[in-house]
Design a protein around this ligand. Structure first.
Ligand code: COA
Length: 183
């Protein structure tokens, strides 16, 4: 999926394990406050190859879909659609390398994946959940055209979290694809 400006999304292959691992390693301090899995890093290349193989199997079975953001051969982040919020729903999660943050790449990727989820991913609705303290994540949800649904208590799984999260929704038939400034 082309995002413009040479950025694109694609599902990773096992051969991408090293490149994705490099992006994670370079981003780790930026991810630790918000991404619970970051505390388990570093992961060996072999384990990441296995993880990517699991992602491919999940995707084949329609369980979860993980896409890597690339610019040329360089991996810059991951966006995942997870079937963990109930029937007909997919939850969108995202991270990006800090050197590429603040340019709108995650917003464009979130829009492309929301459109995909509501059509090919066969979702009735997509949600974004983020801690109330994660204002950058909130900004992505808002500019990707999501509507704020509710605020709720949520377990603190990462050190930046406060224990309260916001839930945003894009629902088929109601979500309008926003037009962002080109990358
Ligand atoms: C959340 C994240 C993916 C956003 O990626 P990004 O590529 O920078 O996102 P975008 O450039 O599309 O949008 C970032 C927006 O946040 C805004 N922003 C940046 N820092 C901000 C801050 N401290 N407070 C409020 N807004 C902020 C930017 O201005 C931009 O908004 P705009 O385009 O309307 O001006 C990235 O910050 C990240 O990887 N964070 C760590 C992992 C994480 O928190 N993931 C989400 C967990 S729910």
């Amino acid at each position: 999926m082309e995002l413009g400006g040479g950025f694109y999304l694609r599902e990773p292959l096992e051969v991408d394990a090293e490149e994705v691992g490099r992006a994670v390693a370079e981003s780790l301090q930026y991810l630790l406050p918000w991404m619970p899995w970051a505390a388990q890093e570093p992961m060996s290349v072999q384990d990441r190859r296995r993880l990517i193989a699991e992602w491919r199997e999940d995707s084949r079975l329609g369980r979860n879909y993980n896409f890597v953001i690339f610019h040329g051969a360089r991996a810059l982040g991951v966006q995942g659609l997870h079937r963990r919020i109930g029937p007909g729903g997919l939850e969108l999660g995202y991270w990006i390398h800090p050197d590429f943050a603040g340019r709108g790449v995650s917003g464009h990727a979130a829009i492309a994946l929301t459109a995909w989820a509501l059509s090919e991913g066969d979702a009735e609705y997509v949600e974004i959940h983020h801690d109330t303290a994660n204002l950058t994540s909130q900004s992505v949800a808002r500019k990707a055209g999501y509507q704020l649904l509710l605020q709720q208590a949520s377990p603190i799984d990462a050190p930046g979290e406060t224990g309260t999260e916001l839930v945003w929704e894009a629902r088929r038939g109601r979500w309008k694809r926003p037009q962002l400034r080109e990358l």
